[in-house]
Every structure is written in C-alpha cells, then in structure tokens.
Design a protein around this ligand. Sequence first.
Ligand SMILES: *[C@@H]1O[C@H](CO)[C@@H](O)[C@H](O)[C@H]1NC(C)=O
Ligand SMILES: *[C@@H]1O[C@H](CO)[C@@H](O)[C@H](O)[C@H]1NC(C)=O
Ligand SMILES: *[C@@H]1O[C@H](CO)[C@@H](O)[C@H](O)[C@H]1NC(C)=O
Length: 425
Amino acid sequence: MVNYKLLFIISALFATINASRVLDLSDRFSEIRKDGGYWLVTFYAPWCGHCKRLEPIWLNVAQTLSKTNIRVGKIDCTRFPSMATEFNIAGYPTIKFIKPDDEVSYHGDKTKDDIINFAIRMAGPPVQEVTRTESLSGLKNMNQLFFMYVGDQEGPLWDAFYEVSSKMQQHAFFYATNKEIAKAHVDIQDLPAVFVHKENVHFFNPLEHGNSVLEAEHLNGSMYKWINEERFETFPKVTRGNINELMQTRKYLVLVIVEENVLQQIPSEMLEFRDMVEGIIRKKRDKYHRTFQFGWIGTPELANSIAMQVLPLPHLLVLNSTTNHHHIPEDDPTELTVDAIDMFLERICNQSMPAYGGNGLFVRLYRGYFEASTSLGEMWKGNPVLTTVLFGLPLGFLSLIMYSICCADILDAEDDEEDIHEKKD
Ligand SMILES: *[C@@H]1O[C@H](CO)[C@@H](O)[C@H](O)[C@H]1NC(C)=O
Ligand SMILES: *[C@@H]1O[C@H](CO)[C@@H](O)[C@H](O)[C@H]1NC(C)=O
Ligand SMILES: *[C@@H]1O[C@H](CO)[C@@H](O)[C@H](O)[C@H]1NC(C)=O
C-alpha cells in the first residue's frame, strides 16, 4: 500500500527544495555522492567576497540546470571543514563537477554561461555524436567553439581524437559525425578529418606540427597541442578568470587594453584601436596564430597589475606565457599602425624587444605592493573618509605600538610581505 498522503507531503517538500534549487550540503555529502548522479558544487566560506559575488550567478546556474540531471549544491567549508579536506579545496570559491567516482575542478571565468557549459560538457560523454544535419546547423548557430571528427570511428586519428577529448572534456566541446552530415556544412577533401569551428573552420593537419611521417604515437601529442592552441576564440575578452587558462596555450598573449564602463561600453577611440589590432589576427591568422594568442582586456587594473604601472589607454601589452615577462611598444600606442605592430611582434619573436617583469620573487613582491597600493588609491578616490578610518586609524595605532616596541626600527620586511598576500587573496 502506498501512503498517498505521505507521498504528497514528500513531493511538496521536494518542490520547496526545488524552488530554491541550490542545495545546501553538509558533510553527509561524501555519502550522498556515492548514490550516483551528477553534482555541480561550490565550496565556499561566508566571509569571502568572491563567494558573495558568485551567489546570484550560482542561483542562475541552478535555475538553468534544474531541467537537467545535474544537481547544484553548495558547501560551507567553515561549518564542514572535513569536506574541504576531502575535496582538496585550496581557495574559495572552488567549483567542482562531482560524479560518484570522479571530480573535476572548474578553472574558467565565473560567468553563468561558462559554468553551465562546463557542467553540460562534464555530464556527457567526451565525444558527442551528431546524427542529424539540423543538429549541426544548431551547433554552428550557437556561435560556440567546438571540435569535430568526421569519418568512421576507428583508426589512429579517431583514437587520438577520443583520447585527447577525454583529457580536454572540461575545456571544450567535442563532436563526431559522418561524411554526409558534415558535407552539408563544410568543405571536406579527405576522410577522416578533424576540424575546429570558430568564426571559420580550420582543419587539423598533423604534418604541420613538425612530423614528417604520420605515426600513431606522434598523433596524440600533436593533436593535443593543436587542440590546446585552438581552444580559444580568435579574439576573446580576457579577464582574471580566464587569463590563466589562456596562458596554458604557451603562446605569447597579445592584449589590447581598453576600459569598459558599467554598461560594457567602450569609448570610440579605444574601440578603433581594438578593431585595428583584431583586424591583424583576422587577416594574418596564418602568420601569427601559432605563436600569438590575441585578446582584449576591458578592466585596465588587470593589465596594470601585469605591467606594474598605470598604462595610458588604449594600450598594447604582450605577455610571454612561459616566463611571464611582458613587452610594451616603444611608441605611443595611439600612433601605432598595422605595420608598426607587425614590426613589434616580429621583434618579440626574434627576442630583440626589451622584456619586463617576469616571475621572480622581487617582481612578485613588487606586483603585490603595486596592486595593494593602487586598490587603496582607488578606495581613497571613491571614499576618502572611509579609507582614512579603515586604514588610517589602525595604521596609526599600529605604528605607535611598533614604535614603542622596537623604537626606531622600520616595519619588518616579512610583515610587509604577509600583508600583501592577504590583500591579494
Ligand atoms: C595515445 O592514444 C592511445 C589510445 O588512444 C593511448 O593508449 C596512448 O597511451 C596515447 N599515448 C600518449 C602518449 O598519450
Ligand atoms: C618566452 O621567453 C622565453 C625565454 O626568453 C623564450 O624561450 C620563449 O620562446 C618565449 N615565448 C613564449 C611564447 O613562451
Ligand atoms: C628582429 O626583427 C626585426 C624586425 O623584423 C629586425 O629589424 C631586426 O633586425 C631583427 N633582429 C635580430 C637580432 O634578428
């Protein structure tokens, strides 16, 4: 006998949980996850500012994913520190896709669409089959970057594609289809083939990657390298959230720096400059795309913190992704022509351009100091009284105390360093 009344109460309960959609999880989650199903979970701490900013986005994500089989939750790691240990949480917030026997951390930009795409990719097989022509048109219309295999699903090229897509599942969409469906959309000469769909279609050519013979062992490696190089749009917006991912391309990042206002508008003279640089990579893709990943930054603070100076806008900055050194043009950026930028990039390639910054301890310390002092400056501009009260008074007391303790000794260098780290966090 089914107790209908109880069932009704349970489903009503479930409905209210469902309405808030983000499930508040506890340390019982280590048991719950074993029951199967897919989880998208954020590990947070109530005091962390980035977590607060994520909250409305997370609600949105949960709402959208409520139609799928992915459950969305959050775990307060200050209440359940054992969860932070179990899932190796090193910073807040950390987003993870969790299956009963596997978990993957999210590294991209913390925007609704990017997080949802990540979850959807992780909930499916590494390579999804496209079996109808309309589905392929749909994919193309979504304006999303994806990789596609065309041909029989056997042989070395398929093995390499499948292998690499399993490794890169969190970063990109991978599809497979047959000749008939693909031919309606792309011009394919030889089968099997692999291509990336961006604004245009670009084919994978293993021989281009320095292999004189097409050997199975080399195929994995060159496919991996190619997919890693191609997994970003031609001219993406670069943020604190995705810049580390972009550095994984191991290319030089060519960054146009402009300033967006709150409505995401850009002043026309900056827009002109940005369009000019974008035109370079679009027109000369073959020349540049192997060595340079182009992009633009809308928040100058990020660029200033790389360059460790306040750059006039618009500006151009090239970042070496292996050494973290950066290059800036010698001329006033607004005077730069396409030819001058060509020359600038060539000189970076033959290493005759001065390099600044890098990753040394001193540079990192100075960068921390620069970030802390500029954000203090910004605060001062926004609200001088509050800034004085917040920092001035305690600093005043602190210096009095320090003075009385160690007489004329200046602040300890180590204390300074810790301070910087705290502010960066
Ligand atoms: C290449 O792929 C095959 C099968 O797809 C796999 O067994 C092998 O380990 C891969 N090699 C490397 C170097 O990743
Ligand atoms: C970065 O700098 C190193 C050392 O100067 C150099 O070998 C490398 O080619 C540069 N470029 C990239 C994209 O890492
Ligand atoms: C580097 O490239 C620039 C521009 O093509 C050229 O003028 C310069 O002579 C080159 N320098 C070296 C050391 O090859």
